[in-house]
Design a protein around this ligand. Sequence first.
Ligand SMILES: C[S@@+](CC[C@H](N)C(=O)[O-])C[C@H]1O[C@@H](n2cnc3c(N)ncnc32)[C@H](O)[C@@H]1O
Length: 284
Amino acid sequence: MSDEATPGFDPRRFKALERAGFNRIAARYADGAHLRAELADALLAAAGLAPGQRVLDLASGPGLLALRAAALVQPEGEVLATDIAEGMLAEGARRHPHASGLHFAAADAEHLCLADGSVDRVLAGLALFMFPHPEQALAEIRRVLAPGGSVTLSVWAERDAVPLIACAQACIARLLPAPKVARPSVFRFGAPEVLEALLRQAGFDTVHIQACDFTCRFDSAEDYWQAFLDLAGGAAESLARLPEATQQALRAEVGAELESFRSGNGAGYTLPARALVATARRAP
Ligand SMILES: C[S@@+](CC[C@H](N)C(=O)[O-])C[C@H]1O[C@@H](n2cnc3c(N)ncnc32)[C@H](O)[C@@H]1O
């Protein structure tokens, strides 16, 4: 998404809000990782990591993919986990102080301070849609990849396939005034053909995309809402600044919205989600 396409959109303010939000939720994001375990498994399986590789985990959050990648590239391989939110990285470093071959460094995905051709694999879980200039982040990924190297990333699929996120967003849209400046949609690369075109335009020659479907179970509507807040950095930051009465109204709205997702036995809720996992290669 270019700044010109959305009048008034300020990428620096947007990034600052995301950074503040993810710093705010760092520990809870790490605690909620089990909800997306199947997606992490699918991404790592697609990445084809092997011992000795140099890996960059971009927008790594608390280093969940990076930690597992580090085990896969041992011995001698190295993983660098980078993120714009230093609190996320600090959380990962605090939880895994002795992981060998795992390093953390704060970095904006659109401006990587790595040498050309210096990594064999790039991972980027649930991140591309957050970058104001995804094409610039992909150019940076391609630049730092060695020829023949590849990036494996995940993005949310189209809105209708992701009630896990869409339910919360629908409640927010109903109760709160529309934002003065539209945020880029987290579903904007959810159509496989859109994602493939973006990757090819960035110069990647081989592109494979597969869907990953999974479900998340919540005992209560409150648990669902908290899990949403623990995943959505910028939204969590904006919502935390609202008056308590508005936050309460949102929680009540979520309870009604979730009715159609009651689990079969009537206890709790089951929310489906679909993500796309894409692997794209830099030509040898
Ligand atoms: C949904 S989390 C995904 C974390 C991790 N990759 C995973 O799969 O669990 C998105 C991450 O992107 C980071 N992020 C957002 N904008 C970024 C940017 N411009 N550069 C680097 N990281 C960014 C956030 O701080 C957050 O940690």
